[in-house]
Ligand binder design. Structure first.
Ligand SMILES: CC(C)(COP(=O)(O)OP(=O)(O)OC[C@H]1O[C@@H](n2cnc3c(N)ncnc32)[C@H](O)[C@@H]1OP(=O)(O)O)[C@@H](O)C(=O)NCCC(=O)NCCS
Length: 166
């Protein structure tokens, strides 16, 4: 699949919620449980931290967002974590397993390094082996399990902690 990866703009809000909201509604791959309106997503993009990384992947014609990935600073209450970012990745259900996430990771690792990040970190649901496999392929390592860390639709779910040094 030929893709264009670039930084997210407010005009991508519709495309992003088109991917994210069905994943939230499915309730299987994310701990997010409230869908976002296009206006909320626009605001999120506008307010995104300057030190953050927010990439979208567009299809060949540049007409559709097929995936997005963001890195946010781990914490704002201290500078001790300034070198650590939290990463999240979402690809449209109809475009998975075609290298969309891989293209996003390549762009995100580069920009994150240039913004001073040394390490990326994520929590991934233990019942989401596809996501864990995706991150491991990118060089992330499993560093622990936070037990019963999420409670989604009345069911406890462990969260796998992963990290990668850039
Ligand atoms: C996880 C997700 C982002 C992967 O995106 P993708 O664009 O399909 O990933 P890629 O095509 O770039 O896959 C790269 C590699 O990751 C691994 N991988 C990806 N999907 C996989 C799957 N379903 N099963 C096993 N390995 C998988 C493979 O090693 C793959 O390489 P290969 O296809 O050459 O074997 C996508 O499935 C998704 O959006 N899932 C729902 C949301 C989610 O779980 N997000 C993560 C929460 S943080």
């Amino acid at each position: 699949m030929t893709l264009l990866v670039r930084e997210a703009q407010t005009k991508d809000a519709q495309g992003i919620v088109n991917i994210l909201n069905p994943i939230i509604e499915e309730g299987l791959f994310t701990v997010l449980d409230i869908t976002f309106s296009v206006e909320e997503e626009k605001q999120f993009i506008q307010d995104f931290p300057k030190r953050g990384v927010f990439h979208v992947a567009l299809n060949e014609e540049g007409s559709n967002v097929v995936g997005f990935q963001n890195v946010e600073p781990f914490a704002a209450y201290t500078h001790a974590f300034d070198h650590v970012g939290i990463i999240g990745t979402f690809v449209d259900a109809s475009c998975r397993r075609q290298g969309v996430a891989s293209s996003l990771f390549a762009a995100t690792f580069n920009l994150a390094r240039s913004k001073g990040y040394e390490k990326l970190f994520a929590y991934v649901r233990e019942d989401n082996p596809n996501a864990i496999a995706t991150y491991l392929k990118q060089g992330f390592e499993v560093i622990g399990t936070a037990k019963k860390h999420a409670k989604v639709r009345d069911t406890y779910i462990d969260e796998i902690l992963i990290e990668k040094f850039l």
